[in-house]
Design a protein around this ligand. Structure first.
Ligand code: KIV
Length: 297
């Protein structure tokens, strides 16, 4: 009789019907989200929810909230490491964060970002970097670019590593764009031009990616891309017509000071945290804490 290693297998899904209005997506018995399950959500019409997380605590939190995909994004460079852009984060650092998220064993699909400089040199480099991220616990990798990285995507998917593409405002192109700037507002086939972005989307799909993040483009262009490709598009700053949405967790929770037009701050945890720590600090200074109840005898 086969022996189950690491506990019973969770059931997995191929397709899921859209949840009825008001249904509980946080149901603890919900099945493990898989790559084919995400790919099938476009045809079933169920919208895809994705959010970033970089450690086990937050991965558990977003998973219990019912998110479909956790992105261990290279945005960690900005919201955790305090850098101005994503360019400096290393592959070893990304793998470290992927390991922490994987340790939470989320039902959500774990996608790990390939950081800048770890896939652009050659398809072989792209495969080797993807292997590292998968070994750290990711279930798919994400990389930025379209036409220019199609060969890399094809090489990664050829060894059965699922890929999420990322086009539009690609933060790793910070210097080419002159900062984090909306793309696709100009016509043309040069990087960032409208026709180029349509070609980028087609190239990513043709190369074998199973989903595509579309970031920082006009709403009508994101809608056109979503219509044109057979894989689900996941928008950020791309309007409501994509097949799903992704946001950075620290922006959603109000942990970061950044305020963007495309983000909604659903909570103000920074303020809650400041008040909690201020109260603790005050109690310590006035010998109100710990009290006898919190002491050993
Ligand atoms: O790194 C990240 O968080 C991302 C999202 C902004 C899509 O790539």
């Amino acid at each position: 009789m086969p022996v189950a290693i690491g506990g019973p297998e969770r059931a997995s899904v191929g397709t899921r019907a859209p949840p009825p209005e008001g249904s509980d997506v946080t149901d603890a018995a919900r099945p493990k989200i898989t790559v084919p399950g995400i790919a099938a959500m476009k045809s079933s019409g169920e919208l895809i929810s994705m959010i970033t997380a970089y450690d086990a605590t937050f991965a558990t939190m977003v998973d219990e909230a019912g998110i479909d995909m956790i992105l261990v994004g290279d945005s960690v460079a900005m919201v955790v490491q305090g850098r101005a852009n994503t360019i400096g984060v290393s592959l070893a650092e990304m793998c470290y964060h992927v390991r922490m998220v994987a340790a939470a064993e989320p039902r959500a699909l774990i996608v790990g970002d390939l950081p800048f400089g770890t896939y652009q040199s050659s398809p072989q480099q792209a495969v080797e970097s993807s292997v590292e991220v998968l070994k750290a616990g990711a279930e798919a990798v994400k990389l930025e670019g379209g036409v220019s990285v199609a060969e890399a995507i094809a090489a990664i998917t050829a060894v059965d590593i699922p890929v999420v593409g990322h086009i539009g405002l690609t933060p790793q192109s910070y210097h080419r764009m002159g900062g984090h700037r909306v793309q696709g507002r100009t016509e043309g086939s040069t990087p960032g031009g409208r026709e180029r972005l349509l070609a980028d989307a087609a190239a990513v799909e043709d190369a074998g990616a199973f989903a595509l993040v579309v970031e920082g483009v006009p709403r009508n262009l994101a809608a056109e891309i979503t219509e044109a490709v057979g894989i689900p598009t996941i928008g950020i700053g791309a309007g409501p017509d994509c097949d799903g949405q992704v946001l950075v967790l620290h922006d959603v929770l109000g942990l970061s000071d950044a305020r963007y037009k495309f983000t909604t701050q659903y909570a103000n945890l920074k303020q809650v945290g400041i008040e909690a720590v201020r109260a603790y600090c005050d109690d310590v200074k006035h010998r109100r804490w710990p009290d006898d109840e919190h002491s050993f005898h």
